[in-house]
Ligand binder design. Structure first.
Ligand SMILES: Nc1nc2c(ncn2[C@@H]2O[C@H](COP(=O)(O)OP(=O)(O)OP(=O)(O)O)[C@@H](O)[C@H]2O)c(=O)[nH]1
Ligand SMILES: [Zn+2]
Length: 339
C-alpha cells in the first residue's frame, strides 16, 4: 500500500487560485489563507489524473481507493493538478458512474510549471507536491543537451523539487563527460537505461512522489514501464473513469509497486523560467543563499561585467565551485531560450 507523506504545510487550506504564488524552499514564507469551516468531514485525497473537468483521486495515498471527482462550484476555476492534495466529499465508493466532489485544495509544497508553447497558450502547473524531479536524459540518440537539463534544473530548484539526473543509453555513449557538467551542483546522477540495474533509483523514489520529465525518444516510457509494470493498464484505468479518452499530453501519477508514485509528464517541452528570479534558484542552496546577502541590491549573480561585486566571486573551495555551477544555471535562465 502506497502512503505518500503529507507535509505539514499541506494541511493548511487554499481557497483561491495560488498557482502564481512562488514557492521559496526553506524560507517558511508560505501563503496564508483563511481556514474554511465547511466540509470538515472531507476525506483527504491526492489527484492522480486530470481529464477535461474530471479528476482521478485516490484516498489517503492508496492506489486501490481510486475514484472520479468533479470540482465543487465554490472552488470556481481553481486549477487542480496531478499531485494536488484535495478534500473530497460525496460518493467516495469509486464504483462505476459515481462522482465525488473536490471541495478543497491544500497549499502546494512544490510546483513544477511549464510555460506556454504552440500547443497550449497558458502557463500551467504540471505537477504539484512532487518531492523530486527525475530528469531523464539520453547519452545518445538523441544526443544530450546541457541547456535543456539546465532549464529543467532551474525549474526544479525554483519550484522546490529536488532534482536528479537519470541517464539512459549508456550502452551507446560514455556518461562521464556529460555527468561532469553537473558535478558541482551535487545533483545525483543515476544510470537508468534499458540494461541498467534500478536498485539505486528505487532507493530514491520508493515511498515518495517523483515527477519524471524527458525529451521525446530518451527512453522515459521504457523506464516508466520497468518501474510500473502495468503502467499502460494503469493509465487506461485512469482515463476510463473520466469523461473521455486519456490524452497523452496530460500528466498522470502511477503507483510504484513498492509504494510511492511517479508522475509521468508527457509532452513537456518548456518551463516557465520567465517568471523565475535568480534568487529563487539560489534559495535552494543554503550556503549560497547566505552568501548573496552580501551582494549589492539587484545583483543577478552573473558576475562581471553584469555584476562586478557579486558575493559568489568571494567564495572559496566547494562553495565557490557550486556558485559557479549555479551561475551557469542563472545564465541559462537569463538567456531564456526555449529548450
Ligand atoms: N540503446 C538503448 N536504447 C534505449 C534505451 N532505453 C530506451 N531505448 C530505446 O529508445 C527508444 C525510445 O524509447 P521510449 O521509451 O519510447 O522513449 P520516450 O522517451 O518515452 O519517447 P516518446 O515515447 O517519444 O516520448 C526505443 O526504441 C527504446 O527501445 C537504452 O538504455 N539504450
Ligand atoms: Zn550576486
Amino acid at each position: 500500500m502506497a502512503v505518500v507523506p503529507v507535509g505539514e504545510v499541506l494541511l493548511r487550506r487554499r481557497e483561491y487560485d495560488e498557482s502564481d504564488v512562488r514557492v521559496r524552499p526553506g524560507r517558511g514564507s508560505r501563503p496564508r489563507t483563511k481556514d474554511r469551516p465547511a466540509h470538515r468531514d472531507a476525506v483527504e485525497g491526492m489527484v492522480v489524473s486530470v481529464d477535461r473537468g474530471r479528476w482521478g483521486v485516490v484516498l489517503e495515498g492508496d492506489p486501490d481507493r481510486r475514484m472520479t471527482a468533479m470540482r465543487a462550484r465554490e472552488l470556481g476555476r481553481t486549477p487542480i493538478v496531478v499531485g494536488d492534495r484535495v478534500g473530497v466529499v460525496g460518493d467516495l465508493s469509486g464504483r462505476p458512474d459515481t462522482l465525488a466532489r473536490i471541495v478543497r485544495v491544500e497549499d502546494r509544497s512544490t510546483v513544477l510549471r511549464r510555460t506556454a508553447d504552440d500547443t497550449d497558450p497558458f502557463e500551467r502547473v504540471v505537477v504539484a507536491n512532487a518531492e523530486q524531479l527525475l530528469i531523464v536524459v539520453a547519452l545518445a540518440d538523441p544526443p544530450p543537451r546541457t541547456g535543456l537539463v539546465e532549464r529543467a534544473l532551474v525549474a526544479a530548484y525554483a519550484g522546490g523539487l529536488e532534482p536528479m539526473l537519470g541517464l539512459t543509453k549508456s550502452d551507446l555513449a560514455d556518461p562521464e563527460e556529460f555527468a561532469a557538467h553537473f558535478a558541482d551542483l551535487d545533483v545525483p546522477v543515476l544510470l537508468v537505461g534499458q540494461g541498467d540495474d534500478l536498485t539505486a533509483l528505487h532507493e530514491r523514489i520508493d515511498g515518495r512522489l517523483t515527477a519524471l520529465i524527458g525529451h521525446s525518444g530518451v527512453g522515459k516510457s521504457t523506464l516508466v514501464n520497468r518501474l510500473v509494470p502495468d503502467a499502460d493498464r494503469a493509465t487506461g484505468e485512469v482515463s476510463g473513469v473520466g469523461k473521455g479518452r486519456h490524452t497523452s499530453t496530460q500528466s498522470v501519477a502511477l503507483p510504484l509497486p513498492e509504494g510511492g508514485w511517479v508522475v509521468d509528464t508527457p509532452g513537456i517541452r518548456s518551463f516557465g523560467l520567465a517568471h523565475i528570479e535568480p534568487d529563487d534558484v539560489v534559495a535552494a542552496f543554503a550556503d549560497l543563499a547566505e552568501a548573496v546577502e552580501d551582494c549589492p541590491r539587484g545583483c543577478t549573480h552573473l558576475g562581471p561585467p553584469a555584476d562586478p561585486e557579486c558575493a559568489f566571486d568571494a567564495l572559496e573551495g566547494k562553495s565557490h565551485r557550486r556558485a559557479m555551477a549555479v551561475r551557469d544555471l542563472l545564465a541559462a535562465l537569463a538567456s531564456n531560450d526555449p529548450w
